[in-house]
Design a protein around this ligand. Structure first.
Ligand code: FAD
Length: 550
């Protein structure tokens, strides 16, 4: 379990889920916990699509209040509460400061009414109830903020997360309950028997092997790829998606020191963007531009980066952020459902749709990270109903209780404990071999499973070595990623298991050889395979830096 398996020539299952993003993961966890047999296939790594490229917020969506979408906000804040309970190591309350200037579109009074409504919709169970800071208090709290025209600021609470690890842990929980997870495996064709799709042809992207998976129901949870997936049965369906691109930039917290997420309006077009504290870094985003093409090829452009830098410098004039300050960028494609499809399809909410295609493929599209658990339940309800209608109903299933059961890193979480308490346990389990900084990192990334990583170091102290001198990430994380967390490439480890790609000033390039050696040992790579994987990672970093030379 937890280690990537190679594919058998053919297999069969109750439900095949295409797509290992948060939507596929939520559905897999729900189905597996009910006792449904599930296989998930993901063409890349878990969360390598949009689900590792979001703003990393678990939020109610304050902006929906402005649009009168009260029920959407109610639903999202309820999910926020559940995720705080089932993943306390990955979902953390974060204060958001919304500075109000003399020329702001909304005055303090109106914004405060919105804040009361927002708190009220969470039944006053937000991580904390909002408060209003005077101009002087705002400047004390965030000294880097522009003072010109500043009136004051409400501070409200939402949550921040690690989107890739939230997706991964959701998938690992599904695996624990019997789901089979095949990463780096792409569906190349959907096969029909009569009118219905009954099987998928899949290709292992690392070995080139082709095999077939037969399933009673096939689910398309491929986010921004969902129109392409619908066409894999050889038809040309009407497009439903209207994808847009959003990018973020990362700078050192030394260059932009903030303690709240600051909600800003872009000075030229009035769009909302955030500056978000992220430990030793700060990230800024996002943009929103139409996107056409392969979502796998999406990248930040120099124009995107300049747009965010200009707005940041408008709000934080003393920071004078320049392009040289940008450590890394990420770009993602929002799987937005077109207005037309939302109106004509069996729309469950304005944010996502679930539809049964004429050939029986069940597509879920749209939605957001925050509401993934609920989307998973709705989707699996639809799958079971469809099977029932076709005379293929499943029996002996249980309630999934995905809202009550913790994700793997929260199993055994100390009663009324927090990440600091867990970090102490990790530290003491390490018998003095780990630093406090590493223990803190492990507790926020792996929760209680950080203790297992500590034990790896005790068994082999060489695994306590830092991946990069002066940084907290250690070799044991690489071993853990390969043996327990489905990692199969250097990019999987650098980008989505450790975040070195985003946080290290050289995007983890100085650790490539060490990571390649550790993975080679765990995954049985030859030296030439290890070299190829290292070259792939270097290319990926280079590609993400193309905006610098445009
Ligand atoms: P994806 O994560 O893209 O997963 C689909 C997967 O399908 C991919 O991994 C892909 O590789 C795989 N796939 C595609 N084709 C095939 C095939 N043929 N065979 C096998 N696998 C295949 N939401 C929030 O709640 N909070 C936020 O702060 C937030 N911020 C956002 C900021 C940005 C810039 C963006 C773009 C989105 C943001 N969202 C946010 C929305 C959220 O990130 C997405 O709704 C969510 O991640 C979509 O997940 P998904 O699983 O549907 O799609």
């Amino acid at each position: 379990m937890g280690q990537r398996q190679t594919n058998p020539a053919s297999s069969d299952t109750d439900v095949l889920i295409i797509g290992g993003g948060i939507t596929g993961a939520g559905a897999a966890r729900d189905a597996a916990r009910r006792g449904v047999r599930v296989i998930v296939v993901e063409q890349g790594d878990i969360a390598s699509g949009t689900s590792s490229r979001s703003s990393k917020l678990v939020h109610g969506g304050l902006r929906y209040l402005e649009q009168g979408e009260v029920s959407l906000v109610f639903e999202a804040v309820a999910e926020r509460r559940i995720l705080l309970e089932i993943a306390p190591h990955l979902v953390h309350p974060m204060p958001f400061l919304l500075p109000v200037f003399g020329d702001s579109r909304r005055g303090m009074f109106t914004i405060n009414i919105g804040m009361w409504l927002y708190d009220g919709l969470s039944l006053f169970r937000s991580p904390k109830v909002h408060k209003t800071l005077s101009r002087a208090k705002v400047l004390k709290a965030e000294p880097a903020l522009r003072s010109d025209g500043l009136k004051g600021a409400p501070v409200y609470y939402d949550c921040a997360t690690d989107d890739a690890r939230l997706t991964l842990e959701t998938m690992l929980d599904a695996e624990r309950h019997g789901a089979e997870i095949r990463t780096h495996t792409r569906v190349t064709r959907l096969l029909r028997e009569g009118r219905n799709v009954v099987a998928a042809e899949v290709r292992d992207q690392l070995t080139g092997e082709v095999s077939t998976i037969k399933a009673k129901a096939i689910v398309n949870a491929t986010g921004p790829w969902s129109d392409d997936t619908r066409a894999l049965d050889g038809t040309i369906p009407n497009p439903r998606m209207r994808p847009t691109k959003g990018i973020h930039i990362v700078v050192s917290a030394k260059r932009l020191p903030i303690t709240h997420a600051v909600v800003c309006l872009h000075p030229t077009d009035g769009r909302v963007f955030f500056t978000i504290p992220w430990g030793d870094e700060t990230y800024i985003g996002t943009t929103d531009t139409d996107f056409e093409g392969d979502p796998g090829e999406v990248n930040a452009t120099s124009e995107d980066v300049a747009y965010l830098i200009a707005a940041t410098n408008d709000y934080f004039p003393g920071a004078s952020i320049g392009t040289d300050d940008v450590i890394a960028t990420w770009a993602g494609v929002r799987p937005l459902v077109s207005q037309e499809a939302a109106e004509t399809e069996s729309s469950v909410s304005r944010e996502h749709i679930i539809s049964v295609e004429p050939d029986g493929l069940i597509t879920i599209a749209g939605g957001k990270l925050t509401t993934y658990r609920r989307m998973g339940t709705e989707l699996i309800n639809q799958v079971l109903e469809t099977l029932e209608d076709r005379g293929l109903g499943l029996t002996g299933l249980q309630m999934p209780e995905t809202d009550l059961n913790p994700l793997p890193g929260a199993v055994g979480w100390p009663e009324s404990g927090d990440c600091e308490a867990v970090a102490e346990r990790i530290l003491s389990a390490s018998e003095g071999l780990l630093t406090e900084r590493t223990a803190a990192l492990l507790s926020r990334s792996y929760g209680m499973r950080g203790i297992n990583i500590s034990e790896l170091v005790v068994a082999d102290p060489s695994l306590g070595a830092p991946l990069i001198e002066g940084r907290p990430e250690i070799a044991a994380q690489v071993v853990w990623a390969a043996t327990e967390e489905l990692a199969a490439t250097i990019s999987d480890v650098m980008i989505r298991r450790t975040q070195l790609y985003y946080r290290d000033s050289n995007q983890g390039l100085d650790a490539v050889d060490m990571v390649a050696n550790l993975l080679a040992e765990q995954l049985g790579w030859s030296s030439s395979e290890a070299e190829t994987h290292a070259a792939d990672y270097r290319t990926e970093v280079e590609r993400s830096r193309n905006w610098q030379t445009e």
